[in-house]
Structure formats: structure tokens, C-alpha cells
Design a protein around this ligand. Sequence first.
Ligand SMILES: *Cc1c(COP(=O)(O)O)cnc(C)c1O
Length: 421
Amino acid sequence: MESFSYQDGQLFAESVALTDIAQAVGSPVFVYSRGEIEQRWRDYDEAFGGRNHLICYAVKANSNLAVLALLAKLGSGFDIVSIGELERVLRAGGDPKKIIFSGVAKTEAEMRRALEVGIHCFNIESVNELDQLNGVAESMGRVAPVSVRVNPDVDANTHPYIATGLKESKFGIAIEQASDVYARASQMGGIRITGVDCHIGSQLTEIEPFLEALDRTLELVGDLQDQGVTLEHIDIGGGLGISYYDEQPPRPEEFILAMMDRFQDMGSRYQNMQFIIEPGRSIVGNAGVLLAKIEYLKKTEVRNFAIVDTAMNDLMRPALYDAWHEIVPVIKNEYGNSQIYDVVGPVCESGDFLGRGRELDIREGDLLAVCSVGAYGSVMSSNYNSRPRAAEVMVSGDAWHIIRKRENMDDLMRGESLLPD
Ligand SMILES: *Cc1c(COP(=O)(O)O)cnc(C)c1O
């Protein structure tokens, strides 16, 4: 959250007071820092030095067109999981040749479109998917570049919903079976083998699981070379965590340097491979806040509630993962009335909370900022309880721009119709 700071008791994003944005746009509103997003991307890029690499930003973390366009301008690649994300990247000016297509259930239509625009690589997650891709490519007279997503069976030590590299997971192909899949792929007319990838989970706060996954994947690369299959790239996925509370994940540059060291140790046979990563959260996560206005303070026998105009439909992570987000006042007032509050929204669910047990000195009408919501925030929002989706704003220095309008009542009901009679 380096781009968000208090100046004279007022919370700023870069050089813009958040109260100014709330006054003009209302709440709830997501506010992102352009500088912070760009800096995190550059941290990764610079850490690679001269090595052949590609950073494929994981679009699902935050897919706003303005965010994608910023990264495209820096030269970023993109990791997508649907045709919707593909079209977004293209519309934002992303280079199709730098797109990686992940996901367990790519449909024929998605494969067709991705082949049409010429993406960098399909990350294949099952033999059946490989067969289907081969068929689609042959029917189009194309050859599909393919990487096999292996499941290295590494414990990422993270929330079970976002751990993806264990045997029990639906993701990837067991690493022991991978060489059979490569052998099969090498016989296919519509397939060109280009790489190997894995992604073991999200919000990882240690380097060790990544290194373990890298070791196992490199071992496979060596075995494949012995079998005459030479890979052009290795993709270690995304998943580097950020600090929400007191986590101390390695910084992007530490993470990359540790991986490069290990890579170096493995010897010269790997030196020409392109190194791909797919970071999402660690680029945008700490670059956004969500502003919420306090509607009511409510005291019950056992609890104090700060009821805000922002809810689980705007930010689902607390309800879904029991995730912790820091909540701070936008203006630091000293009313001398600090209390412990549950910060909750208007949605009719007891799971509708943004934070529980928070000490705050607040009054009705004050603005709160929910921190570290740049990733898996707005993208997971819904219209539950017929709540229009929030606005999104990007700050750049002392300027700011609406990058998504707040939905209105027509947006809310778009596409619905009455029965004819
Ligand atoms: C979600 C995902 C990512 C990004 O994960 P972060 O934790 O946001 O870095 C990268 N690759 C794949 C395949 C994913 O599913």
C-alpha cells in the first residue's frame, strides 16, 4: 500500500485526497494507484535482468480495461482463463503473441478464437483437452502451441480454496504422467509442444514451495530432453502473496532472484529456456482501496456494528475466504470514542461483513477505506440484493479518472424481459 498515505490526517492515493473522489463519485468506489501497479510490474521485470522472460499478468485478479492497458503499454503478457478475458486483453491493446491460456475447461469456441488471434501458448490440463485442441487446430489448418500444466504435488501452505498444486486438486496433470502426455502430443498434427507450466496456489508467503515446484518441473524438463522433447519455456505460474495483515511475503525481486539462482544451479542445458511467470495479486493487490460510507452505528447487547453502504457483493473475500482486510478511516478524527466494531454491509446474510472486531473512532457519515482490494475485489463483485456494481477510479499523480461507471438501474436489469402475456 505504498501509494496510499495520510497527509495531515487525510488518506491520499498518490497526490489525490480520497474524500475528493468520494465526493465526486459517491461510494462504494474502488480506487487504484497507477504508480503502484506499474512499479510492482517493473519490480518483476527488472529482477529478470537480461534473461529471456515473459511476465503474463493474471487477468482474473483485476480485469478492468484501464488496468490491462497500463500493463500492455509496459510490454506485459497476459494469463487468461476465458474468452471474455481474451477479448478484454485484445481491446486493451495487449499483444496476442504474449497471451497464455490457462484453465481446466477451455471450450471449442474458446480454442478457435485463441487460435485465430495467434496466442503464445495453451496451458493444457488434461489429455481430453489436448485431443480436443488438436482436433480444433487441424480443422482450422493451424498448429496450436502447447504447454502441459503439471501438478507437482507441492503443499503451498495457503487457504484450501486457493491451493491448486496438491494431488486432490482438479488442476493440472500429475507430474508422473506428464511425459506420457508429451509423447502423445508429439504425435499430433495440430499440436506443437512449446513448454511446461505449473501454478501451485495463491497468496503464498514463502519461497520454498515455489522452489520445490521449480525443482520438480526442471527434473521433468531434463527427462523430456533425454526423450528427445525440447521445451522452449518453463512457466512457474503466479501466486506470490501480499501483506494484508502481518504477512511478510518475499518481494517480487527477491522471489525472482531466488528462482533464477535455482535455475542457474541446474546447469547449462536449461539456459536458453524462456522463463514465464503469471502474477496477479502481487501486482495489483496492494494498489487498491474500497471506500465505504458509514450509514448507521448500531449497538446491540453484545456488539457494536458499523453498518456501511458497501457489502459482500462489492468485496466477497471476507465472506468467501474469511479474508482479513485492514479498515481505516479516510479522515483520522479524534472523537475520543474508540470502540470495537463489526463493519458490516446491508446485504441480508450474516456472512456480509467487511471486517470484524475492529477498533475505530468513528461517526455516522464518515468514510472508511478497506485496504488491499486491488486483486480479487471488483472482479468478484455481483449484483446480489440488486445492488449496482461499484464505480472504479484510477489515480495517476494528482489526476484521477473513472475507469468504470457505477451501474445504474438500467444496467442492473439489462437483458431481462417480461413474459409475453
Ligand atoms: C489465479 C492464477 C494465477 C494468478 O495467481 P495470483 O495468486 O493472483 O498471482 C496465475 N496462474 C493461474 C493458472 C491461475 O489460476
